[in-house]
Design a binder for this molecule. Structure first.
Ligand SMILES: Nc1ncnc2c1ncn2[C@@H]1O[C@H](COP(=O)(O)OP(=O)(O)OP(=O)(O)O)[C@@H](O)[C@H]1O
Ligand SMILES: [Mg+2]
Length: 153
């Protein structure tokens, strides 16, 4: 399941439309090299979830919590970046898995590094850059049979 995005705006729009597929409890692991567009995608997701605050890279804070407008029961967007964490224990300590159970979704940049912490029941979003274009590829057990995903591509 993949989608081609020719500009940062297209990647953000892909995120905004992707937000419609999300359900409370979802964990989305974002992967792709430095500057791939992970944060850009999350900005779009935030817009789609009705987050009013500005979304910036959580590199130094590790996790930012944004209030969402509650569409489809999603009240909180947890935006994490685990790039700087030194060990999987530190990712475990973030307790994202438990936090999403309370009406939240979690989007985790560099999530593939910590995939073992989150188990199988996740959505993966892999971004492959090529010049100014990006290919977004969705996978993971939680994405299987997700209504609307076919239309998102
Ligand atoms: N098609 C595109 N989609 C997304 N970003 C693009 C695209 N083309 C160019 N860019 C540029 O790539 C950069 C993506 O930055 P962004 O912070 O979203 O990446 P990131 O994957 O979060 O990086 P990091 O690994 O540092 O967290 C921006 O400067 C953006 O303008
Ligand atoms: Mg980023």
């Amino acid at each position: 399941m993949s989608r081609h995005c020719a500009s940062p705006e297209a990647t953000e729009a892909a995120g905004e439309e992707f937000a419609r597929l999300l359900e409370p409890g979802d964990v989305v692991l974002l992967s792709g090299p430095l500057g791939a567009g992970k944060t850009t995608f999350v900005k779009g997701v935030a817009r789609g979830l009705g987050v009013r605050e500005r979304v910036t890279s959580p590199t130094f804070t590790v996790v930012r919590e944004h209030h969402a407008d509650g569409a489809r029961g999603i009240r909180t967007l947890l935006h994490a970046d685990v790039y700087r964490l030194g060990s999987l224990d530190e990712v475990v300590d973030l307790a994202l898995g438990e936090l999403v159970e309370e009406g939240a979704v979690a989007l985790v940049e560099w999530g593939e590094v910590a995939a073992a912490v989150f188990g199988e029941d996740v959505i993966t979003l892999e971004i492959t850059p090529e010049d100014d274009a990006r290919t977004l590829r969705v996978g993971g057990a939680a994405a299987r049979d997700r209504a609307g995903l076919a239309a998102w591509r």
